[in-house]
Design a protein around this ligand. Structure first.
Ligand code: APR
Length: 257
């Protein structure tokens, strides 16, 4: 259920003071971080998974069984032209600004859009990979967006000494259902070592990321959850704000030191 309850001044003042007091901040973000940039999330009313044909196709099994059907659906899911035009929003920029204010910040993101890095965050763990990269499953050659978008079904163009082209259909770097996530140990450490954990724009429904916040050391870490909808983790948050991430973060992170 979407709540979108405007935050109280008390809530905002609490977040401001916790941000000021913190030295090591870990941020766990999901698709709700990018909706204010024009990229829909997955499970809200107008979410991407409303198209069940896409949801059913974004699996490791379908990529291997029917790559020619997989790739057009993958591009509709993660590489639609309007998504590729998306810019970081005020929330991404506020998180990047925390580093300029001298905070040690690690962003653990489930998003594959690259907007945290584009906003200037320097320590980003893309636990679900990146939509901007694809690799050849046979020779391991890596390709960027230009190559991925140049054809309907991107293939490897590597040539051997005799000039024979590899030609295999590429696999996206994005972590598909049925594949292991990336940076799990680093994420665990970042969650356990921080004194402030911000959980922003995620339904916390997909494992193993959904369980990561439970590894925070409640005695030493303040936990803030900023999400429009309720999540299973709501009862565990020290500060719970059901409002828009970009608006809240922009109001709580100072514009400059
Ligand atoms: N501000 C705050 N919260 C928002 C905003 C916003 N502007 N917009 C949406 N939200 C919230 C929604 O209420 C929702 O609970 O963000 C959450 C997004 O949840 P999901 O759509 O489930 O996205 P996410 O949690 O990132 O999904 C995790 O599931 O399908 C996989 O690989 C996909 O990485 C994704 C993973």
């Amino acid at each position: 259920m979407t709540r979108n309850t405007p935050p109280t001044e008390t809530q905002l003042d609490t977040l401001r003071s916790w941000l000021e007091d913190s030295r090591r901040i870990t941020v766990l973000t999901g698709a709700g971080m990018s909706t204010e940039s024009g990229i829909p999330d997955f499970r809200s009313e107008n979410g991407i998974w409303q198209d069940e044909a896409l949801l059913g196709a974004m699996t490791d099994h379908h990529l291997r069984e029917d790559p020619e059907d997989f790739w057009p659906k993958y591009k509709r899911t993660f590489l639609a032209p309007e998504y590729l035009r998306a810019e970081p929003n005020a929330g991404h920029r506020a998180l990047a600004r925390l580093e300029q204010l001298g905070k040690r910040v690690t962003v653990i993101t489930q998003n594959v859009d690259g907007l945290h890095q584009l906003a200037g965050s320097s320590d980003v763990l893309e636990v679900h990979g990146s939509a901007r990269i694809a690799r050849c499953p046979r020779c391991g050659s890596e390709y960027g967006l230009d190559h991925i978008l140049a054809s309907d079904i991107p293939r490897c163009t590597w040539e051997d000494q005799k000039g024979a082209v590899c030609g295999r259909i590429l696999h996206p770097d994005t972590v598909l259902f049925g594949q292991p996530i990336r940076h799990y140990e680093k994420s665990l450490y970042a969650i356990h070592a921080c004194d402030l954990l911000l959980i922003v724009g995620t339904s916390l429904t997909v494992e193993p990321v959904a369980s990561l916040p439970h590894f925070a050391d409640h005695a030493a870490t303040r936990i803030v959850l900023i999400n429009l909808d309720e999540t299973p983790f709501d009862p565990h948050a020290d500060l719970l704000i059901h409002a828009k991430a970009g608006e809240v973060l922009a109001r709580c992170v100072p514009q400059s030191a």
